[in-house]
Design a protein around this ligand. Structure first.
Ligand code: SF4
Ligand code: SF4
Length: 78
């Protein structure tokens, strides 16, 4: 299955939580960090379940999320 990861631009995030509602694999959680504008920002859990579906980025009204596909790297053998 396709693996992904996301990058959240914390200064753009307004803490609306729409991305959390969209992520079917629950890879985004409500964080504890407050950005410079006083918004509670979300966090990427990075537990390996992200499949780079991009729904979180599509739904974000503030374009705060970038999605990357991660290729599975071979770690042993030839
Ligand atoms: S790309 Fe998809 S699976 Fe990954 S965090 Fe966003 S909504 Fe969740
Ligand atoms: S949808 Fe965008 S602005 Fe809203 S909480 Fe998620 S990252 Fe932040």
């Amino acid at each position: 299955m396709r693996k992904g990861k996301i990058k959240i631009n914390e200064d753009r995030c307004k803490g609306c939580l729409l991305c959390i509602e969209q992520c079917k694999v629950k890879e985004i959680i409500q964080g504890e960090k407050v950005n410079k504008y006083g918004h509670l920002v979300v966090e990427f859990k990075n537990s390996g379940k992200c499949n780079a579906c991009t729904l979180c980025a599509i739904v974000c009204p503030d374009a705060a999320i970038e999605v990357y596909e991660v290729s599975e790297e071979k770690v042993n053998g030839k």
